[in-house]
Each structure stands twice: as C-alpha cells, then as structure tokens.
Design a protein around this ligand. Structure first.
Ligand code: IDP
Ligand code: MG
Length: 203
C-alpha cells in the first residue's frame, strides 16, 4: 500500500510541479511520513554539495588582461579566503562563447560582446569556498560599472558596461554549467589548503 502511495505521490508531484497551489493541496491527502521522507530526500540532495565546497567560474575578460589587472583580481579572491582550484589563460573561440552566453544571443549588443570577448586572451578560474557564488557576485559588482559600488572589481576598475573587466557565474546551476564548459575535470584540483581551519568552522 505504501509503495503504491509513494508511486502515485511521485507521479502527481511530477505532473503538478509547475503549479505550487495544486501541489500543496494535493500533498495534504498523503500521510505525513511520506511527505517527511520527501522533504528529507530534498535536504539530502542539497547537502550533498556543502556550502563551503561551492565552486564558481571567474574570468578576467580581455580588457582586464590587457590592463594588467589579473594579479589584483586574483588577489581579491585569495585575500577573501577562497581556494583556487583551476586556472588557465586562453584565446576563446566564438563557439565556446556562444555556449557561455547562450541566453544573450538575441540581445542587440551580442555581436559587440562576441567581438569584445574574442579581442584578446582571457584568464579563467574556478574558485571554491563557502557560498562563493553569491559572494563573488558581490565582489565583482553590478553588470553596469556605472552602477557598481566602489570596492567591487567593476566599481574600482571600470566605468562602462561594454568593458566590465570580469565575469562571475550568477547562480549555482550557472556555475556548474560554466565550469563544465570551460574546464575538463582533470584541470580542476582537489587540494587541502593549510588555512582551511582558520577561515571557517565546518559544521
Ligand atoms: P553579468 O556579466 O553581470 O552576469 P549579464 O547580463 O549576464 O551580466 O551580461 C553578460 C555580459 O554581457 C556583461 O558582463 C557585459 O559584458 C555584456 N553586456 C550586458 N549588457 C550589456 C549592454 O547593455 N551593452 C553591452 N554589453 C552588455
Ligand atoms: Mg551573467
């Protein structure tokens, strides 16, 4: 009986996943144990990637490389305490860029963006650490440097949206997608940093 309930529950959840109200009302007809199991499973899935093991993709764009800003940008992430797990310099292909910026292909500025991003080498990195995706977005600052706060990379080193120096993934899912796009698994290192215990108490 429980197996059957579990099966029906899963099917309904899949079917109605787009409508939270319907899903909520449907959930009330199922035993609490089944729902708790579902919530616990969700929790397990989330905690399989602990916050302090988060990874994000940061790239110094061609203007940042040309203006000798690579060292200063790396320094900011190092001094914040994040761990560098991948780093390389490359001349990006239009193919890779079109995948990287797939959501922007229809934008009017897309041709200029491609031209800008292929105008010279970029330095691309993967940084790891506690909530690194959100924190690095804050460190990088607003997309438009004219609105970026002083103290952020864009706010300190740029003034126009067409040359904003640096890229940072904007979400966990985006980071995972971009890291896989730019790096092979063997290019990413898992290593113990000796200051790990000083920067964060793992729960
Ligand atoms: P993000 O880099 O802060 O995540 P996105 O909206 O994802 O911002 O845009 C990607 C990149 O496209 C920007 O960093 C910038 O280089 C470029 N871009 C975005 N909007 C404009 C625009 O209106 N004009 C020119 N370039 C833009
Ligand atoms: Mg973006």
């Amino acid at each position: 009986m429980v197996m059957l309930q579990r099966f029906v529950f899963k099917r309904l959840r899949l079917f109605y996943s787009g409508n939270q109200e319907i899903t909520k009302s449907l959930l009330t007809i199922f035993p609490a144990a089944l729902l708790d199991g579902h919530r616990a499973a969700g929790h397990r899935a989330k905690s399989s990637l602990p916050d302090f093991k988060e990874r994000t993709l940061i790239a110094v764009k061609p203007d940042g490389v040309q203006r000798h800003l690579v060292g200063q940008i790396i320094q900011r992430f190092e001094q914040r305490g994040f761990k560098l797990v991948g780093l390389k310099m490359l001349q990006v292909s239009e193919d890779l860029l079109s995948q990287h910026y797939c959501e922007l292909r229809s934008k009017p500025f897309y041709p200029q963006l491609l031209h800008y991003m292929t105008s010279g080498p970029v330095v691309v990195m993967v940084w790891e650490g506690f909530k690194v995706v959100n924190t690095s977005r804050m460190m990088v600052g607003h997309t438009n440097p004219a609105e970026a706060k002083a103290g952020t990379v864009r706010g300190d080193f740029s003034f126009h949206i067409s040359r904003n120096v640096v890229h940072a993934s904007d979400s966990l899912e985006g980071a995972q997608r971009e890291i896989q796009l730019w790096f092979e698994n063997k290019e990413l290192l898992t290593w113990d940093c000796c200051d790990q215990k000083l920067t964060c108490e793992e729960e």
